[in-house]
Design a protein around this ligand. Sequence first.
Ligand code: PEP
Ligand code: MG
Length: 591
Amino acid sequence: MNISKSGQITIKGIGGSPGICIGKAYIVDKEGVNIIKRYPVSEPLVPKEIDRFKQAVSKAKNDHARVIESLDEDLGENLNILETHMVLFKDKMLYGKTIDTISRERINAEWALKKVSREVRAMFQQIDDKYLQARVIDIVQVSDKIMSYLVGAQDIKISDINKRVIIVAHDLSPADASQIQLEHIKGFVTDRGGKDSHTSIIAKSLKIPSVLGLGSATVSVKNDDILIVDGSSGTLIINPEEDTLFKYEERLARFEEYRAGLERQSHLPAVTKDGISLNLMANIELVEEVVAAKDHGATDVGLFRTEFLYLDLKRFPTEDELLYKYKELVELMNPQSVTIRTLDINGDKVNPYLTTIEEANPSLGLRAVRFCLENEDIFITQLKAILRAAAFGNIKLLIPMISCVEEIIQVKKVINKAILELEEEDKIFNKDIPLGVMIEVPSAVMIAESLAEHVDFFSIGTNDLIQYSMAIDRRNRQVAHLYQALNPAVLKMIKMTYDAAMKKGIDLVMCGEMAGDPMNMPVLVGIGLTEFSMNSASIPVVKKMIRDLDTKKAKKTLKKIMTLNTVHEILSFIFEEYKDILPFRETDESL
Ligand code: PEP
Ligand code: MG
């Protein structure tokens, strides 16, 4: 952190999404409700502490009653849930036990509530009844609400913000980021988070600048401070001096002009200088993004991340609800293809409404296909919706986080069960769709040839492949310097996957963010990849690079690159060899 004499503060973080924005700060949380401290309460003060708890409950309950009153009649299930919550506020289990714990253990109300809510959740999870297990969600929501009043951090809903501001948050989950209303939010900065985390991926697709991993932004920024967010270089400037403001206003204008220029060319074909045609597709999270994807020149949807629908609904959707969305998407894209990836929750796309398991290492835990195989009913519901939607367009089915052959065999058995159920139910569907696996775990690279025996295509997910190969958490700012797409280890993995796919004659796509950086194109094209799927906002700049690239030269330079030992050597070599055609780095001061 750098503080100038006039009070301008500059903090370096990690660029989450490129671009510059200037505006007023809007703090959406401090440390939030997650960091709860335990402290003793002396005996004479216990009644006061209980009173503080009761007041928090009353405020939360009144607030909740107001929400119910303001709702439309047509709310069916949602209204039931809210009414259940109303009862839970004063339920003996949560309310009575917390008061009891404060007085018996003489501890603060926050700690007592946290302890009791954990105990109640654990108790419900033991019960062998899906309905009762699902009630854990209600308990989490109600105790969170009370907690926010206790710690004085009442919920601010991102979707409710109606001023043109820059969000400052300790952390934003991918679900929070997907609530951002573009007409209001100019950009955001967070204390936590790392490169290519899902939060940064969403910021890129919204095309708003963001800086993550700032460490202490929420401590240094006050509401209404003037901020400059430079998502390209990963810089946050608080209360800028006049000169700085002027410089950034000029850079902002140049950046917008540069981006508009690229977008004007985004409909030209992705053909290299020597006439090789490549396929640039879009990664999307919501059906609504299809328009932007087509505008940016995407041919197909190369990756549809399906988990956001689940995160937004805050419950598991029904087969028909999923079918409705998938059908809408494939019909919009028809005859072009849509690769639908099955549910990839947990890891960083976790939501207490959907899973209640607590894991020390969520990225190494019951994530993606592991979760689906453990929860076969949820998996079958999704597979049935995908197979039914395939009757209306061109779908490919993609399975995330496969780490061994047994898993893909198991997945195929579940697909067969889904097919049998659809046949019994006399539903219209299409089972002849290509099946692929994500190659995003190092073990999958090592056994790629065996995996290829079971599937029609591979899709390399570099976001996770880098995370797992380099053993770094992609959300952790402390190790973000090791998140290196061009690390020789990562390049060898990509090359091995390519060789295996070619040997077995199956299709190969790359759908990680690595494909969205023009700097990586000489290497990827040099290896021989021809199909890429990326954040659609990156397509124009990648296309520009491809149109200037010569594949023969890329193959030649790849040989040299594969002999280099460090990422620094590789970057310098690419920069030197390709400096004439590399598009402006968006971090360029000259921009
Ligand atoms: C990846 O891991 O590269 C990928 C595309 O999947 P996600 O970012 O959703 O984990
Ligand atoms: Mg992944």
